[in-house]
Design a protein around this ligand. Structure first.
Ligand SMILES: Nc1ncnc2c1ncn2[C@@H]1O[C@H](COP(=O)(O)OP(=O)(O)O)[C@@H](O)[C@H]1O
Ligand SMILES: [Mg+2]
Length: 311
């Protein structure tokens, strides 16, 4: 009987955590601040959270979180007998919150081989937690795109109300979509057509006109691509908004571009107010939801946590 009970409780312990991958293309828009403060807020509610620094070249999550890792991520990518990712997870000053630090930038861990990257992503999804939040770096490198594509519906795009940030997030989403299509087909013909086109409708027209494929194959490709685009459902967070309507306008612009050019319909997850105390908190190493729980910007983080279902 005891054996049966043990087997049942062991199987209950194996659970797949929810995954929230935070990207957006541009540096300095607030991805790390958002990830850290959301992680603390969700952990406070009693959920087990692991925060992952997936910025493999220039990480700063430790500084924003105000925690020191026991082992750097370099150990994971560069040790011949690779340790498990779970053994790299470090504690933080906050209950229910642990983290995976970034690479130090001193060694060549910024460009892991495909196999290492695949192992990293697999192990991330096997961490023992309710929620794993992955903080990505800037840009749209393959590493970053593949991390973002680990999950269809829980990729977050952080933007600010500035045009440059909206443009970068749009280009990041386009690169992610095209990467997903390329990976799906693994075909040079489709790759060549994709690279010649700016938007998904243009690409679909090229497929329709192409002499490379027969009619039934074209019909099949068009269906598959539309399904891939529909399957991507990113969530938009507007940071550094001075007014709620400013955030609304910014997310409207991005959502319209995504719908018209990429056939993707992002979800609006929420916004965070601009507050100079956010950067003071960064400098002090104490995240603002801890140092200033009553600020409007802290309430915005709590709202987003609630909207994600962590009540
Ligand atoms: N809501 C905000 N209000 C004011 N300043 C902010 C806000 N969010 C972020 N910042 C500032 O922007 C800087 C960059 O944020 P960070 O999260 O490191 O960006 P990213 O990870 O996207 O590169 C922070 O150090 C902080 O000073
Ligand atoms: Mg960052």
């Amino acid at each position: 009987m005891r054996l049966v009970e043990e087997a049942v409780s062991a199987s209950q312990e194996v659970r797949t955590p929810d995954l929230l991958v935070v990207g957006g293309g541009k540096g300095g828009v607030g991805k790390t601040c958002f990830s850290v403060n959301l992680a603390i807020e969700v952990a406070r509610k009693g959920w087990q959270v692991v925060l992952v620094d997936a910025d493999l070249s220039c990480s700063n999550l430790e500084a924003v979180l105000g925690a020191k890792a026991e082992r750097p991520l370099d150990d994971y990518f560069l040790t011949r007998e690779r340790p498990s990712l779970a053994s790299i997870v470090s504690g933080t000053p906050y209950e229910n919150l642990r983290f995976v630090p970034g690479a130090t930038g001193l060694l060549d861990a910024a460009n892991p081989r495909t196999q290492q990257r695949a192992a990293f992503m697999r192990e991330l999804q096997g961490l023992q937690a309710d929620l794993v939040i992955v903080d990505l770096d800037a840009g749209a490198h393959l590493n970053t795109l593949d991390f973002f594509l680990m999950t269809d519906s829980d990729g977050v795009l952080v933007i600010t109300p500035e045009k440059t940030s909206i443009d970068n997030a749009y280009k990041f989403l386009r690169a992610a979509l095209f990467r997903k299509i390329e990976r799906f087909y693994d075909s040079p013909e489709v790759g060549v057509l994709l690279k010649r086109n700016e938007s998904l409708p243009q690409f679909l027209d090229r497929v329709r006109d192409s002499a490379l494929f027969s009619q039934p194959v074209k019909t099949q490709i068009l269906k598959e691509i539309q399904a891939i685009a529909r399957g991507l459902q990113p969530k938009v967070v507007v940071n550094r908004a001075r007014k709620a309507y400013e955030a609304q306008v910014a997310s409207n612009i991005l959502c319209r571009m995504a719908r018209q050019n990429l056939m993707i319909d992002p979800e609006r997850l929420g916004f965070l107010f601009f507050d100079k105390r956010v950067s003071e908190a960064v400098n002090s190493g104490v995240p603002f939801v801890v140092s200033h729980p009553r600020l409007k910007v802290s309430a915005c983080v709590a709202d987003i946590g609630g909207r994600l279902g962590y009540l």
